[in-house]
Design a protein around this ligand. Sequence first.
Ligand SMILES: [Zn+2]
Length: 149
Amino acid sequence: MATKSRRSLLKAMTSSELSEIASKHGVKVPSGLKKSQLVEFVAENIPLSDEELRCVVDQFQCDKLIGKVRDASDYFLTKQVSISHFDGREALVRVGNYAIAISNLGKEGFSYRCDKRCSDWLYQVRAGRYPFCKHYAAAIAELNLSRAD
Ligand SMILES: [Zn+2]
């Protein structure tokens, strides 16, 4: 992965997330950096291989979902989450009337797609963010529960 890819990986995070990841890995971030400078700085200074950096960013995004699981509690309470298919890598989950497709879970090339009626997902995609909607959080929580059984 070239430095350019490291940057695009980091660009998806907020400034405070970048600082948090940097300090977790012993990198002191100079104050007063703009977001683009921060991305540059972390990409060049964090003592992680490209692969490790990807894992750290993925893990961070997953951790953020835990907060979203709370938003999804209404689905759990009414038991509207069901797993249509799951082989450890690919998953199809229904959350209410929404269909969520997850590919390469926890692997490189990870992607997920929510139902086209999901306005939260569409909004996040348009805004160029990680398109995590509450349905995804509910799906992941259900998959984790089923794995724990
Ligand atoms: Zn959704």
